[in-house]
Design a protein around this ligand. Structure first.
Ligand SMILES: [Zn+2]
Ligand SMILES: [Zn+2]
Length: 237
């Protein structure tokens, strides 16, 4: 399968940037899912065939930087209807945000393990202030894992084991990191990839207040092959 980065910022976009949004396609191209749909992601998705071309959307959690463009997506689907509503897998809390997704163009499902076309999708709870899942997708003999937003958690670490590609929440610098923070630090992303024996590590959820190169340097101290998830780039998994 392959992964295209549509946005790599959080919790707000850098100038010209976009928040969390990742397009996964099977090698055959027959299965395409969007993981997260934060600020600025819809415009980039429109370049990739738009929401009508998707088999499903998976939302790691209902913070705005991961779901806000699901709101105008409803208008995009009104003007470009699909034969059937678009399946959306997401946590059911916070209820007030979940209610914003109750639209005729969406088919809402709880975040439970599911087969979508050629892809097998699984979820595990991450450590974050609202219900949040790490997400794994297996397809074409590879295993992709996205941490969602999380801080250190034994379940997430187990879930990442053996990832062909690990996309990790790099929301904090080591200097700003606290054990009770809602995000990993860059260095902890490196430690996670190393301890989980991930074959490849991409750092995402980059806060525009940081220099991405500084975050990358921190992660590379423990996982030398770490890379920044670059918007517009395609990664073969
Ligand atoms: Zn976030
Ligand atoms: Zn969050």
């Amino acid at each position: 399968m392959n992964l295209k980065i549509l946005g790599n910022n959080g919790p707000y976009p850098a100038p010209g940037g976009a928040c969390s949004g990742y397009l996964l396609s099977s090698d055959s191209g027959d299965t395409r899912i969007l993981i997260d749909c934060g600020t600025g992601v819809l415009a980039r998705l429109m370049d990739e065939g738009g929401p009508a071309s998707l088999d499903a959307v998976l939302l790691s959690h209902l913070h705005y930087d991961h779901m806000s463009d699901m709101l105008p997506m409803q208008y995009a689907l009104q003007f470009n209807p699909r034969p059937r509503p678009l399946p959306v897998y997401a946590p059911e809390q916070p209820a007030a945000v979940s209610a914003l997704l109750e639209a005729p163009c969406f088919d809402l499902w709880p975040a439970e393990d599911v087969a979508i076309g050629e892809m097998r999708v699984s979820f595990t709870p991450a450590r974050h202030p609202v219900p949040t899942n790490a997400i794994a997708v297996e397809c074409d003999g590879a295993r992709f894992v996205f941490t969602g937003d999380s801080n250190q958690d034994p379940l997430v670490e187990l879930f990442c084991e053996g990832a062909s590609l690990l996309l990790a929440d790099c929301g904090l610098s080591s200097a700003d990191y606290r054990p009770a923070a809602p995000h990993y630090s860059a260095r902890l992303c490196g430690e996670l990839a190393r301890s989980a024996h991930a074959k490849r590590l991409l750092l995402t959820h980059l806060n525009p207040k940081y220099d991405p190169k500084a975050l990358l340097d921190e992660a590379r101290e423990v996982y030398p092959a770490a890379e920044i998830a670059v918007p517009g780039e395609v990664y073969y998994i």
